[in-house]
Design a binder for this molecule. Structure first.
Ligand SMILES: Nc1ncnc2c1ncn2[C@@H]1O[C@H](COP(=O)(O)OP(=O)(O)OP(=O)(O)O)[C@@H](O)[C@H]1O
Length: 245
């Protein structure tokens, strides 16, 4: 049984069908990539799966065999499904450590005190945020540090699955290489990963399956090398990128 099953999910904003009948399955343990031109519905799809900030208008989302569409975001997180955002999203006024501690308690009400602090410390060390930075305010960090803090906060919640929304955006080449290595290590912890990314080389080097969205619909799905060679993908995705560049 797949860990995540998305079945005919749809979400509209007024007359705009941002996600329009999308279906796919993600197996436990894999890194599953999602690509698509700007505005093709990638982030909206993540929103509908995680319930943060909203669920789908219609369709079903099953996590570990149980329907989760319509549940509140925190209830979905407590089932083991965590996400990050396209823009670095941290509690800027709180310290690095307090951010990770919130992740540790958010997904598990029963985990507080020393257990939450241990989970926060482990997650911060895992992403490479060393102890001397733990007392700094999140708002003072660099873009890369804020991105890995967002990852640490998600990891501290002890998820079974992590949805990463453009983790490489706004990063330098060396930082992108560090991110690829970090995502591989997260997967090696046994966390299944659903990954949105514009940088195709990033997606290709990490994903076992690739889904391409276009105008809210699935344009192609399968082996990443085969998918990016499909003429309709080249036209819709790469063509748009060229125009956008
Ligand atoms: N809250 C919202 N209200 C109204 N329209 C929205 C909202 N969120 C997204 N949209 C629209 O839905 C469509 C899909 O947007 P979405 O952000 O999901 O695309 P995306 O593929 O993630 O794009 P990008 O690659 O630029 O991040 C776009 O036309 C966008 O303008």
């Amino acid at each position: 049984m797949a860990l995540l099953e998305v079945e005919n999910v749809a979400k509209a904003f007024g007359s705009l069908k941002a996600v329009d009948g999308v279906s796919f399955k993600v197996e436990a343990g894999e890194i599953f990539g999602i690509a698509g031109p700007n505005g093709s519905g990638k982030s909206t799809l993540f929103n509908t799966i995680t319930g943060i900030p909203f669920g789908p208008d219609s369709g079903k989302v099953r996590f570990d065999g149980n329907e989760i569409q319509g549940l509140a975001g925190h209830a979905i997180a407590r089932r083991g499904l965590a996400r990050t955002f396209q823009r670095e999203t941290c509690f800027d006024q709180l310290t690095v450590f307090e951010n990770a501690e919130i992740g540790a308690t958010y997904a598990n009400e029963a985990r507080s005190g020393a257990k939450a602090r241990d989970a926060a410390a482990e997650a911060l060390a895992f992403v490479g945020l060393a102890a001397p930075s733990w007392g700094r305010r999140a708002g003072e960090l660099s873009v890369f540090e804020r991105k890995i803090l967002m990852l640490a906060t998600a990891i501290a919640s002890d998820p079974r699955m992590l949805l990463l929304d453009e983790p490489a955006s706004s990063l330098t080449k060396p930082e992108i290489e560090l991110s690829v290595e970090l995502i591989r290590r997260i997967a090696a912890r046994g966390i299944t990963i659903l990954l949105i990314e514009h940088v195709l080389t990033f997606l290709m080097s990490l994903s076992q399956h690739l889904l391409v969205l276009n105008q809210g619909r699935v344009l192609a799905l399968g082996n990443p090398r085969e998918v990016i060679a499909e003429p309709r993908v080249v036209e819709a995705y790469l063509g748009t990128r060229r125009v956008a560049a």
